[in-house]
Design a protein around this ligand. Sequence first.
Ligand code: GMT
Length: 381
Amino acid sequence: MRTFRVAITCYPTAGGSGVVATELGLELARTGHEVHFVTSALPVRLRSFDKNVYFHQVDTHFYPLFLDAPYSLSLAAKMAEVAESHSIDVLHVHYAIPHAASAYLARSMVSSRRLATVTTLHGTDITLVGREPSFYRITKFCIEASDAVTAVSEHLKARTEESFDTRKEIEVIPNFIDGSKFRPDGATVPKQFFCPDSQPLLMHISNFRPVKNIATVIQVFSRVRARTGARLALLGDGPERLPAERLSAQLGVDRDVMFLGNQECIEGILPLADVLLQPSEQESFGLVCLEGMSCGVPAIATNVGGPKEVVEHGRTGFLHDPFDVDGMAASILELVSDPGRRRAMGEAGRKVALDKFSTSDVVKKYVGVYERVCAAGSPAR
Ligand code: GMT
């Protein structure tokens, strides 16, 4: 097997694209490839020392004349520097904006050797930010100039083709999960910690951006709580947290809503949930649903976009319109009132996670992309 020297760029925060990029890098390193993370800070899931893994921090510089520190340029310069000094074969960027533009610049700067660029599209880089008029043209250009482009779902691929009117070949490589880490018996705290009277536990995990539709989470929970005395744990943080805290108080459910903030090890808490509630207004994949399935926790998710490729309605979870509060509450009540059904659904989800989305199988597809772009050279230059 040929091994590659890969430089990976992503947002280092708790968002799904950073998580996927980091787990990909770690699996590549475990299987003998040399991986260099080129990011603005240490990625959140890069917690330990690992053989074959290196980290290069992008230093940004501010000068009073600038509006802000030009991250994209500093990143391009760092990518080129790392590529040259470590003989990188592939620059693999996650989330097109601005990473694909920086990779394009870096590739143009490195003339001494062949450097291939791969762009993985994750979601709002296409569906929200990339379609914004001031970003549209450069996003389309960078996608088309990448040596290879992947998307995390068929839905995202179709949205990219249609929004950017492009015929660029886009390979769908779904997100993946480590079933030995996200597992039904993986909780590190007892459930009584959250539910002292053995109440049902609902959970939501996100970065609390408007697209995550947190108000619906609180409204659905309020209905379920009225019938079952359930409690709700919310993991993550972001701009919608304060409005969600206020809505919980307005609906009089705040003493049963636990805002846990960002958590480093969600795999230690997620298995405690009876049900996950992820009613995003848009979602290109829905990594949290997959993490839940791997832990044997059925997801009540949105029927918009990617989750339809992850959750099978009625078998591994339930899919609803994002604002269908009644429908989601009914599905949750159905599950919490029938533990046998809930367990069977959790087991079916776990099986799908292991059979269809295993880390080793999916990461091989990325290696296949590296093989192709390296064999072909960099035709887009
Ligand atoms: O596109 C985003 O909103 C950011 C990104 C992230 O970093 O959290 O989320 C996207 O990528 C994840 C990993 O591929 C997917 O699981 C999420 O569905 C996707 N988010 C959206 O499409 C809203």
